[in-house]
Structure formats: structure tokens, C-alpha cells
Design a protein around this ligand. Structure first.
Ligand code: 13P
Length: 256
């Protein structure tokens, strides 16, 4: 009942011409991509050209961030309408790199999420604990705080449009993946927390993606877990072959 999402977060990679090459390879070799929900998140500068090259394909685009104000004196920021105008249907919010490097907090995550929903974009809200937090037994306290703060004051109707990405910080770009048991435990607890904040029917509907060193060799195992409804893929999404293998794993998991 929860269609699998395979989303590629390119981070600060790919110029427009590199993005076009990558998308041409994806369209040519991607196969039955419509059987899952495939999303790519290029940098702002490549959004429109990626949108154009994707044309009628089933692949959608996401922005990696947005600002919450509609317009004004906010040098360097990009408004929700500007993002939407590029053809985006989705937006990634609160990635751990933004939290760690650019001062993102649960409060700003909440402002961005609300602004995205207001304009009709579907947020993928990222949460996750650091290694230090995991080692000191604080994982679920941290995740709960991120959910409470980031999703504050959302209606159930709006929450049904949000997806969550669980990305343990220690697994991002490190080659270290959460074990199946760790991923399932976290996803299950996240869903239970959502059910305490929103109607159960909404919590059952929300897609919870796993992110952190997902690659062709571990994707099927992770995507087959009962509460893992997709992947937010970093490094492996920059390589057409690897990303397509992960999409294929998603299609297989969808049929289980
Ligand atoms: P990697 O897949 O490179 O570990 O990155 C995960 C991530 O941060 C996706 O948003």
C-alpha cells in the first residue's frame, strides 16, 4: 500500500551538462521505472534542464532545499514558488549536511516544511542521529525530538503528503550501512511516533525512506524490510548503472 520511493540526492554534484548525460543514461536504461516512484534531486542550477530532459518519463525532480519566505531581501535564497516553477514536485528538507554545516534546526525544518506544503510541494523531511548519540543510547530521543520539532502544527491531511528520510549520520558517505535490524527498528519507532502525533491511518500511509550508503549490494535487503518504504541515495545516485540497480531492487521489493 506504500509505493516505494527511490530518490537520488545529488548534493553539490553535477553541472548542467553532466546532469543531462546522467539523465539520458537513466531514461535509456532505467526500464520499468514507473513501478516505483523515482525522484532525482539535482542542485538548483540544473533543476530546469533536468526537468526538460525527463520530459514524459515517470521520473520526478526534487529540490534539495528551499527558503520559507515568498520573496524579498534574502540574498542567496530560493523561494518555494521558484522551486515549484522549475517543475519540482518534491523537496528535501533538513538533510543532516544542512543541519551540520548550515545551521539548520528543527525549527527551520518546520518553517521550510510548512512553506513547501503551502505551495503544494511534497517534503521529504530528513532525520537521523550521530554516532555519538547512538553510542550514548539517545537515538530514539533524538529522532522523536526531530519529528516533534520538524512536523510541529502540521495537520494530518498535510502530514499525509510528507515523507520521512531516516538517515543515520554515521552511515552517510561512510560506506557503513545500518544493519537491517537497526534500520527496521528505527523505522518502526518513527512510525509509532508519527502515530502518536497524527491519526494512525496517516502514520500507516507515510513513506519512510532509508538513507546512508545505500548501494546495489544492500538495497534489496533494506527495501524489503516492512517499514522501509524507499531509499534516499547519495553517492550511488551519481552513477547511472548503480542508481538503476537500486531502482530494480525497489521494483523487486515492491513485488514481494
Ligand atoms: P550516501 O548514499 O552517499 O551515503 O548519502 C546518503 C545521503 O545523504 C542521501 O541524502
Amino acid at each position: 500500500m506504500r509505493k516505494i520511493i527511490i530518490a537520488g540526492n545529488w548534493k553539490m554534484n553535477n553541472t548542467i551538462s553532466q546532469a543531462q548525460d546522467l539523465m539520458a543514461a537513466l531514461i535509456k536504461n532505467g526500464g520499468d521505472m514507473h513501478k516505483v516512484e523515482v525522484i532525482v534531486a539535482p542542485p538548483f542550477t540544473a533543476l530546469r534542464s533536468v526537468y526538460d530532459i525527463l520530459g514524459q518519463s515517470s521520473v520526478h525532480i526534487a529540490a534539495q532545499n528551499l527558503f520559507w519566505e515568498e520573496s524579498g531581501a534574502y540574498t542567496g535564497e530560493v523561494s518555494p514558488m521558484m522551486v515549484k516553477e522549475t517543475g519540482c514536485k518534491w523537496v528535501i528538507i533538513g538533510h543532516s549536511e544542512r543541519r551540520q554545516l548550515f545551521g539548520e534546526t528543527n525549527d527551520t525544518v518546520n518553517k521550510r516544511t510548512t512553506a513547501a506544503l503551502r505551495i503544494g510541494l511534497k517534503p521529504i523531511v530528513c532525520i537521523g542521529e550521530t554516532l555519538e548519540e547512538r553510542d550514548s543510547g539517545q537515538t530514539f530521543e533524538v529522532l522523536n525530538r526531530q519529528l516533534e520539532g520538524g512536523l510541529k502544527d502540521l495537520t494530518g491531511e498535510n502530514m499525509a503528503k510528507v515523507s520521512i528520510a531516516y538517515e543515520p549520520v554515521w552511515a552517510i558517505g561512510t560506506g557503513k550501512t545500518a544493519t537491517s535490524a537497526q534500520a527496521q527498528e528505527a523505522h518502526e519507532k518513527i512510525r509509532a511516533k508519527l502515530a502518536s502525533m497524527f491519526p494512525q491511518g496517516v502514520a500507516d500511509k507515510v513513506r519512510i525512506l532509508y538513507g546512508g550508503s545505500m548501494k546495489p549490494s544492500n538495497a534489496l535487503e533494506l527495501l524489503s524490510l516492512p517499514d522501509v518504504d524507499g531509499g534516499l541515495v547519495g553517492g550511488a545516485s551519481l552513477n547511472a548503472h548503480d542508481f538503476i540497480e537500486i531502482i530494480k531492487a525497489g521494483i523487486k521489493a515492491e513485488q514481494l
